[in-house]
Design a protein. Structure first.
Length: 176
């Protein structure tokens, strides 16, 4: 995501050179998931998808374009009714402190006023319910019919979240 933002809005003189310098890091997850040959294509397709959300493409920063089938790039689909049911079930299991955290975070996601903080850090020892809070948020947002892609700074953390991915950024919820 950071690379896509740099491509679209940064003032880097030579984006293709930046791609070459950091290609190994940017493609690491894709190479692991697919292959050494196709990993970069999937990474570029992912960057293209992010750029598209800003009405941009890989052509603007002069990066190679890719043509992968849309079915390959589709994200997981969730059934809204099932997500609502899970959200209700998870919410019922929250204690008052965690329920308050979920309320605050949902307000931050859906409240677009400038004075609403948008960056939160949930910390605690293992086993204190952080993943459960995140899962409750995911089910609640998806249960409202919104798409959300949870991302985590490590592969282990990403595997704990349904539909989780591992980019460079820390855990973040982004409505699509």
């Amino acid at each position: 995501m950071l690379f896509a933002i740099i491509c679209g809005f940064g003032e880097v003189e030579d984006v293709p050179d930046l791609w070459v310098q950091h290609q190994v890091s940017l493609c690491e997850d894709f190479v692991h998931r697919y292959s050494e040959q196709t990993g970069p294509h999937y990474a570029l397709a992912d960057i293209e998808e992010l750029l598209t959300s800003y009405n941009l493409s890989l052509q603007k920063p002069h990066l190679p374009t890719v043509d992968l089938p849309a079915s390959v790039l589709e994200r997981a689909n969730f059934v809204v009714v099932e997500e609502q049911s899970k959200a209700n079930s998870y919410t019922m299991q929250l204690n008052s402190e965690k329920r308050n955290v979920v309320k605050i975070l949902l307000s931050a996601v859906y409240n677009n006023s400038a004075d609403t903080p948008k960056c939160y850090f949930l910390d605690g020892p293992a086993g204190t319910g952080k993943t459960f809070v995140y899962s409750t948020l995911l089910h609640t947002i998806r249960g409202r019919g919104d798409d959300v892609i949870p991302v985590a700074s490590t592969g282990i953390a990403a595997t704990l979240l349904i539909g989780g991915e591992q980019p460079i950024l820390v855990l973040k919820f982004q409505l699509i």
